[in-house]
Design a protein around this ligand. Structure first.
Ligand SMILES: [Zn+2]
Length: 442
């Protein structure tokens, strides 16, 4: 017999690769943080002598969910500016609060809160863009959470940097260079949008990102007004401006892509640009509904993200999958436009691809990191089970997530966080809420 660290025995397993596969009575063996084997449970019991067995007889095991776009620290702004369109939400709700409150301490506490919330809902990797990215990276690394840490780039003074050029240099030094060797942290650059970054900074960013082999992600064509204002100010739609600046390539991820013409979808596909779809944030800010079926038909890889908790207001990828699947049917008039299987792929392997991590996460295959999520289908709202994939996408809620592993670390065990003190974390968050309320005068 061969030894391994953990043997997970779920009722069902959806490994994502090969596509369309749902396995019954299969086991996953984990060793040294990586997936060692996926094989029939009966064979696994004969072949492996595990240090720990995790038996989950009414559960489905999937790769950990990949939240391709969020602003983790904004959990502390959850509910602070509701029911506003994007532009007013930013200028009246978010930016004044960030100007007053964003600090290393706030980002640390908000990021830790977000990590706890995401783990509890089955997320094992998140892609972030927020001020003090070095603090985001530190919080994720300390908590053993996988993160793609985006250095925010904006050309106005913030608590973190004076302008776009300083953002780029600080990101290089404090985030990229410092975390280059951390297996859980990947770094990238995250210019906020074309309306907050001038051409000169984009050109600098292109050179720096090429030198560091770092990817870029940007909010793009999120609202109709963003596109109209850009045409008025520059004579170009934002996508065209990025193309003219030489930024359209396979290391770019466009976040939102709600207002794209057919030609622009083809342009994205031809350049290999991936998209992060954030359906509930788009709905809440009344930005519109991205035409995901058309993007996918054009050949664009579409990942899924929650966006920040100030515009969603939960970091729940299960809910995001369900919303994406439902919206795609309405927007296309085709009930088969995005199936449960498609939605789960978007939240796993397509997210991994969009973040440049498909070789190491996003599916249950030997050799990949053991980033895994186990969900109980024994809940009343998920019974009876004809098709576990259907129940997973169309019925599941975060409180059905029983187990989560990040690189083999058992972070959620039978529904409980093993390494994060939830009470302490909630106390910190309510302290911030009291501080915000006092100053704002609510
Ligand atoms: Zn965003």
């Amino acid at each position: 017999m061969q030894s391994c660290d953990t043997l997970i025995l779920p009722r069902w397993c959806v490994p994502i690769e090969p596509p369309g596969t749902t396995l019954t009575e299969h086991a996953v063996a984990v060793s040294e943080g990586r997936i060692l084997d996926l094989l029939p449970s009966a064979d696994a019991r004969k072949k492996y002598r595990p240090r720990e067995i995790v038996d989950r007889p009414g559960h489905v095991l999937i790769p950990g969910l990949v939240n391709a776009h969020t602003h983790a620290a904004m959990t502390l702004f959850r509910g602070i500016a509701d029911d506003m369109p994007l532009e007013r939400w930013l200028t009246d709700g978010i930016w004044p609060n960030e100007k007053r409150w964003a600090s290393a301490e706030m980002v640390r506490d908000g990021t830790r809160h977000a990590i706890a919330e995401m783990l509890r809902s089955g997320v094992t990797c998140f892609s972030d863009q927020y001020f003090f990215p070095e603090v985001v990276a530190m919080a994720a690394s300390e908590l053993h959470m996988r993160a793609v840490v985006g250095t925010p780039v904006v050309d106005f003074a913030t608590a973190w940097a004076e302008n776009a050029m300083e953002c780029i240099s600080k990101g290089t030094e404090l985030v990229h260079d410092r975390y280059a060797e951390d297996p859980l942290i990947t770094t990238c650059f995250a210019p906020h949008s074309t309306y907050t970054v001038p051409d000169q900074a984009f050109l600098e960013l292109r050179v720096v990102a090429d030198q560091l082999d770092a990817r870029i992600q940007i909010h793009l064509h999120e609202s109709a007004r963003e596109v109209e204002d850009a045409v008025r100010a520059t004579g170009k739609r934002p996508l065209q401006r990025l193309a003219d600046l030489g930024l359209l390539n396979s290391s770019l991820m466009a976040v939102h892509a709600v207002h794209m013409s057919d030609d622009e979808m083809r342009q994205l596909a031809d350049a290999g640009v991936c998209v992060a779809h954030c359906p509930r944030s788009n709905l809440k800010l009344a930005s519109g509904i991205a035409n995901v079926p058309a993007l996918r038909a054009a050949g664009v890889i579409v990942a899924l993200g929650t966006d920040g908790a100030a515009s969603n207001n939960v970091l729940d990828m299960l809910g995001e999958m369900r919303t994406a699947a439902l919206l795609a049917k309405v927007v296309s008039g085709n009930a088969a436009a995005l199936t449960a299987s498609d939605a789960l792929r978007m939240a796993t392997i397509d997210g991994a691809t969009a973040l440049g991590l498909a070789d190491s996460i996003g599916s249950i295959e030997a050799g990949k990191w053991a980033d895994l999520t186990c969900i109980s289908l024994q809940a009343i709202n998920s019974q009876p089970v004809y098709d576990p994939l259907s129940q997973l996408v169309y019925t599941s809620h975060p409180d059905q997530v029983t187990d989560v592993w990040v690189a083999g670390r058992h972070h959620v065990d039978n529904g409980h966080l093993t390494e994060i003190n939830e009470m302490e974390l909630l106390q910190r968050s309510s302290e911030w809420q009291r501080r915000f309320s006092t100053k704002i005068g609510n």
